[in-house]
Design a protein around this ligand. Structure first.
Ligand SMILES: NC(=O)c1ccc[n+]([C@@H]2O[C@H](COP(=O)([O-])OP(=O)(O)OC[C@H]3O[C@@H](n4cnc5c(N)ncnc54)[C@H](O)[C@@H]3O)[C@@H](O)[C@H]2O)c1
Length: 250
């Protein structure tokens, strides 16, 4: 990662915060882009205090112009752009029969449209050496959960977007991959547990490795996919799920 410039969308919280800090500790220069500028700047300041290089910017991933500005901030501050990770996301389980169309649209906007806008903004600024893109998807790109129609459909969309962009941008030497966690111990999951949408003990019992993922488990996979060690890996979804998808017994 030495000296690579990487934009982390949704980088102020949860998986994104951990991933930005990890990549910075490996020598990358980081742009933390998140909906609210203040937490993005605060996390960047923490990275700098730890000896890394980072800036924080406000970015609404549902707004293409806002994604352009975040990508441009990387070029203006660090002189280049080599990679991006999209960790921005929301979760709002709801019965499909009564799901308000505005909620459907918002989920697709944040999870699917935002993935495309952020990738497009970054890819057009990558140099002739190419770069790396990683989307955080979910086991829900493959496995259906009730009351998550928009979330599951959007994540499956991002898994296909990963393949399309990978083959289209291969000639630009841009590798595009996805990391799909099952349940990760973040605020998003805590909110779902508190709201009664997720039963933590049931979830642990369903995961062969017997625990929730930690954000660091996801950051490990992102770091690998952005690195030269994954130099011939593109169009791939890597599931960091403790065996969730493999499990097909009772
Ligand atoms: N937590 C899990 O169990 C889990 C499991 C599978 C997949 N995921 C996915 O991983 C990603 C990160 O989830 P997390 O658990 O870290 O969530 P989180 O809520 O802890 O963090 C999400 C971050 O995205 C930011 N964000 C939200 N809307 C945004 C927007 N419009 N523009 C820019 N930033 C925005 C938030 O401000 C926050 O910093 C999401 O895409 C989520 O769907 C999470």
């Amino acid at each position: 990662m030495q000296e690579k410039v990487i934009v982390v969308f949704g980088g102020a919280g949860g998986i994104g915060a951990e991933t930005g800090a990890r990549l910075a500790s490996e020598g990358a220069r980081i742009v933390i882009a998140d909906l609210n500028g203040a937490p993005a700047q605060a996390h960047a300041a923490d990275i700098v205090a730890g000896g890394g290089q980072a800036i924080g910017v406000a970015c609404d991933i549902t707004n293409p112009e806002s994604c352009e500005q975040a990508a441009q901030a990387a070029v203006e501050r660090f002189g280049q752009l080599d990679g991006m990770v999209n960790c921005a996301g929301i979760s709002k389980p709801h019965d499909s029969l009564s799901l308000p169309p505005t909620d459907w649209a918002r989920m697709v906007d944040v999870q699917l449209n935002g993935a495309f806008y952020s990738a497009q903004a970054c890819a057009k600024r990558m140099g002739t050496a190419g770069g790396g893109i990683v989307f955080i998807t979910s086991t829900n790109a493959e496995a259906a959960f009730p009351r998550r129609a928009a979330y599951c459909a959007a994540k499956a969309g991002v898994a296909m977007l990963t393949k399309v962009l990978a083959i289209e941008w291969a000639e630009r030497r841009i590798r595009v991959n996805a990391v799909g966690p099952a349940y990760v111990a973040t605020e998003m999951t805590q909110r779902n547990i508190a709201a009664g949408n997720v039963n933590e003990e049931q979830v642990k019992a369903r995961i062969p490795l017997g625990r929730l993922a930690q954000p660091a488990d996801v950051a490990d996979a992102v770091s690998f996919l952005l690195s030269e060690r994954a130099g011939f890996v593109t169009g791939h979804s890597l599931y960091v799920d403790g065996g969730w998808l493999a499990y097909g017994y009772f």
